[in-house]
Design a protein around this ligand. Structure first.
Ligand code: ADP
Ligand code: MG
Length: 378
């Protein structure tokens, strides 16, 4: 294609279609938008993805792409394929360079959180807006978290969930035909069966005052990667949970961590309903779980929700769109640089969800790496 001085050449796009994502409409979505890419004269290559063990798994595909051949990777699926692409890029010997390849998503999964964060909860249903982002958006940096469990390390751009927040996602895979309604149903199921999980959490806290976090967020809102940064409550007299949750001193610490347990490190062993770490405000269209997350503050927003009664849990569901974790006095909200989660007893049978994908239930360590990835933002 001709390129003229001063005019950006047309973007070369590697499109990933997951036929299994969401309600299985990725191919149809592509056919609907293909004419726009043609009109924009973007050279496009289509790649269908395959399940975890297949050679078409998005992680494998991303580990092998020719970085010089493409200007962006365009997954048509949910957050799972984005996670796989990032992990594929991160697995390469040239990982730091590879991770600068922008991810420009077209929503086609059940959980399309990256798209919600880029386009806003109303904008995410407007496919034309997403297409505009792919063709005309700018690459912006996004922090990644590394999650170490057993002898494996993987990367997470969105969330790490344990307790009800994981069960409502992984535990409802069998009803994926419902779209994102399955998350609400899964939540209610957990609430009515009154599940609670014992867990030891060791966290490197950078800020625990909700008001201080809110002022810092408001001051830096302009640098947020989200298309339309969500408003946070301007009421700075929000309750500030203390770090005085029950501690048991006789729990043996992870040996590697011992040396690090200086100021800022805290340890708690508590029953919880939810443990949820996140990098971006929205985890799905209806849930703004981390209203103070910016995607590039080098920190993880970590929410700890103690076991709650049915009424309070339902109220939490109602407020999810407005960031109920932050405003609820019963929810603990921290900015941490890293943390460890260690499920105890029967909790060791629950799900752990990283960006909506299941990992084996075992102790996991999470650390934030500023600005490792790039996403295309309008
Ligand atoms: P959703 O939001 O609907 O879960 P995701 O993008 O998260 O959409 O889906 C990712 C999952 O789909 C991954 O577990 C991946 O292994 C799986 N997957 C990808 N391609 C296929 C395929 N062709 N058949 C079955 N599963 C697939
Ligand atoms: Mg998924």
């Amino acid at each position: 294609l001709p390129s003229f001085a001063g005019i950006e050449p047309h973007r070369r796009l590697l499109v990933f279609i997951n036929p299994h994502g969401g309600q299985g409409k990725a191919q149809q979505i592509w056919e609907n938008v293909a004419p726009i890419f043609k009109a924009a004269r973007c050279p496009v290559h289509l790649q269908h993805t395959g399940p975890a063990e297949s050679p078409n798994n998005a992680t494998t595909l991303a580990s092998e792409i020719d970085l010089g051949a493409w200007d962006a990777l365009v997954p048509i699926s949910g957050d799972g394929i984005i996670n796989e692409l990032l992990n594929g890029l991160a697995s390469r010997p040239d990982a730091l360079k590879a991770l600068r390849m922008p991810i420009a998503p077209l929503p086609g999964g059940s959980g399309n959180a990256l798209s919600v964060n880029l386009l806003g909860p109303e904008g995410v249903d407007d496919l034309a807006l997403a297409v505009l982002g792919v063709i005309k958006g700018s690459p912006i940096p996004l922090d990644l978290c590394s999650v170490t469990h057993g002898d494996r390390r993987m990367f997470s751009f969105l969330s790490q969930a344990f307790g009800l927040a994981a069960d409502l996602d992984i535990g409802t895979e069998w009803i994926r035909w419902m779209g994102d309604t399955r998350f609400t149903l899964g939540y209610l199921w957990g609430v009515f069966t009154r599940k609670s999980y014992s867990v030891e959490i060791i966290l490197n806290v950078k800020e625990s005052s909700k008001s201080a976090m809110a002022s810092a967020y408001n001051a830096h809102q302009a640098s947020s990667p989200v298309y339309e940064p969500p408003a946070v409550p301007s009421d700075l007299s929000m309750p500030t949970p203390s770090l005085s949750m029950p501690l048991e001193d006789d729990i043996p610490l992870h040996t590697e961590l011992k040396a690090d347990l200086g100021p800022g490190w805290h340890r708690m062993r508590v029953p919880i309903q939810i443990l949820y770490g996140g990098k971006l405000p929205w985890v799905s269209r209806g849930s703004q779980q981390f209203p103070l997350a910016t995607g590039r503050d080098g920190l993880i927003d970590l929410v700890v929700v103690p076991p709650r009664g049915v009424q309070e849990s339902i109220k939490g569901l109602e407020g999810a769109e407005r960031g109920a974790f932050l405003s609820s006095p019963s929810c603990y909200y921290y900015k941490v640089a890293s943390y460890i989660c260690r499920p105890i007893g029967s909790a060791a049978k629950g799900y752990i969800s990283i960006d909506g994908e299941s990992i084996p239930n075992e102790e996991f360590h999470v650390e934030c790496h500023p600005g490792l990835a790039r996403v295309m933002s309008l």
